[in-house]
Write a protein that binds this ligand. Sequence first.
Ligand code: NAD
Length: 731
Amino acid sequence: MTDFTYSVDANGVATITWDVKDKSMNVMNLKGFEDLDALIDKAIADDKVKGVVITSGKKDFAGGMDLNIIAKMKASAGDNPAQGLMEGLMQSHSILRKIERAGMDPKTLKGGKPIAAALPGTALGIGYEIPLACHRIFAADNPKAKIGLPEIMVGIFPGMGGTTRLVRKMGAMAAAPYLLEGKLLDPQKAKGAGLIDEVVADPVAAAKDWVLSAKDADIVKPWDQKGYKMPGGAPYHPAGFMTYVGANAMVHGKTQGAFPAAKALLSAAYEGALVPFDTAIRIEARWFTNVLMNPSSSAMIRSLFINKEALEKGANRPDVPDQKVAKLGVLGAGMMGAGIAYVSANAGIKVVLIDAKQEAADKGKSYSEGILDKGMKRGKVTEEKKAEVLGRINATTDYAALDGCDLIVEAVFEDTGVKADVTAKAEAVIPETAVFATNTSTLPISDLAKASKRPGQFIGIHFFSPVDKMLLVEIIKGKETGDVAVAKALDFVRQIRKTPIVVNDARFFYANRCIIPYINEGLRMVAEGVQPALVENAAKLLGFPLGPLQLVDETSIDLGVKIAKATRAAMGDAYPDSAVDEVLFAMADKGRLGRKSAAGFYAYDEKGGRLGLWDELGAIWRVSEDQPELSQVQHRLMMAQVLEAVRALEEGVLEDIREGDVGAILGWGFAPWSGGPFSWLDILGAEKAVAICERLEKAHGPRFAAPKLLKDVAAKGQTFYGRFGATAKAA
Ligand code: NAD
């Protein structure tokens, strides 16, 4: 069975229909390319065929390349993988170029067969690169469809001609949002932007009509015509010059040079613009090979696509029946409770939102209203949708309203007593089968479960702030948490379309356990006299969205003080962070609590806009004359988090390194180019990591001692992904 079928109608129009069996969405693989190639040859060779329409047998056109295959391409490309990849890519290019040239005489540009793409719905990645090679693109008027090139989001770039063709079609400036940001458009907007040609009710019929009426001149691409000029100007044209200089600066400003794919994309676009089309394609293929050879691309694809999807589909879900949530109770309508109520109601779940006072409950509900109003202003939400979502939220103080809730998420104050009180009140009303979850960020789940009559149905569901934006949800199993509760939490997270990780109960669970040492390392360096700007920039150059000082400003310095005091109380003499507290407490004493007080490690204007680092910092913590090397600061910031991730695995808090990697990127923006802490260690090599730890331990203390597991992986010459196998399970 092939992925493409072929038929010719009475008018002589051949239709090539893409329909991958047993998949809801078409994706391209190597065999698919071969099949398509053979059918294009057949259509061009057949005198009875006047033109070709390429379409799909599904509701969408295609989701893109099969990324599982891209991830494996390097490994299967033989002894000289770069050469193997380059040859493979050029073969695929030749198929698309064949479509574009359509059998025409290369000199006279006559005699080719018109080939049109008819897109019933979504067309992404190669699913848009094939249409780009066709002579005209028709799309159904389907507002749910998305068209574009999202490759950059998973660490690659459009490398099947998409970069070269889009830049030549619309100019570098106009193409930039689609190539560099992976911006996707619905068909109407895609037509407005010039990505496609026509939006029609029946794209196949329209495409057939068009191929029958198209003339020779209609099927010659502008770049194959004499005197072609690139829209917006080529690089050495004054306007083009500005574009490329500007784009380079913009990309570097956004990525700090930490994302190889963005750099390679720019190089392919720039160098390609200086040469004829066929050479530009070779250049694109070369840069694409370069990106595929970079371990960052396979690590990003593995974490941000393959493993993220596996976790979302329930890779670690216990085998129990469907636990979808029908009625949710949210206790506490503060910042977190309000957000949880919104994302749940928005996903179609009925919500009872409880607070101690009616005003507070109403305020929590009005948070949803605010988000929906913003959505309406942007044309994304209709009046009906707003009414529907708000209609699902019952804001009340009455616990009796929790009757019939199958899941409770508690988000009241971070206080064991208050939490115990609301647990008892809710459990008095909810069905015996209901699951009770706490959103605590610091209190052990097993301790909070003591307040529950049913500790087997008690679990942690830890959201990140702001709830409607953050993609990760950490599910925490207490000592007695049973399988049904885990499945319930996972099914709930799936309903609200977020990504779950499942971890065991230990101080700060997983994400905060790693984030806190990152912040603390930054604060320690300030106390030691390292330039605060060096600390922040070192983090940004590693690809972190926020440096540690900005991060603590965002999460608030008084929260840091609270956590430090509680940790010290719990750990007693073993508490290792006095140097950190010195900095944190001094800032809190000055009332500099971070963004919320418009004063912290950074200065802020009256409107709360962040200015530069606070210039008094140097007066409080004298900046040393001898500053460390950038790489040393980076090693400290990186290892502070990564070693914690390894310890979490070693101690069984993490059970699956995939969760450790995906959770780190989605939870706190851990250097996405690396694929996560375990992928980073694999890229670096465990042996080298141990050597770095030894140096850091000598200079800065035992917190950098390499964990036993890391030493063992190094001693055995292993990698984390190699050792923990195909499923990446630690068990
Ligand atoms: P918040 O102070 O904004 O909200 C708490 C709400 O609970 C308030 O509206 C309060 O009136 C209500 N409340 C207190 N006692 C109550 C009671 N007995 N009955 C009913 N309602 C009661 O706090 P928050 O930031 O939303 O945090 C809530 C929980 O989520 C905490 O456990 C916190 O640790 C956790 N959490 C917070 C964050 C964060 O970034 N803020 C992130 C993850 C988890």
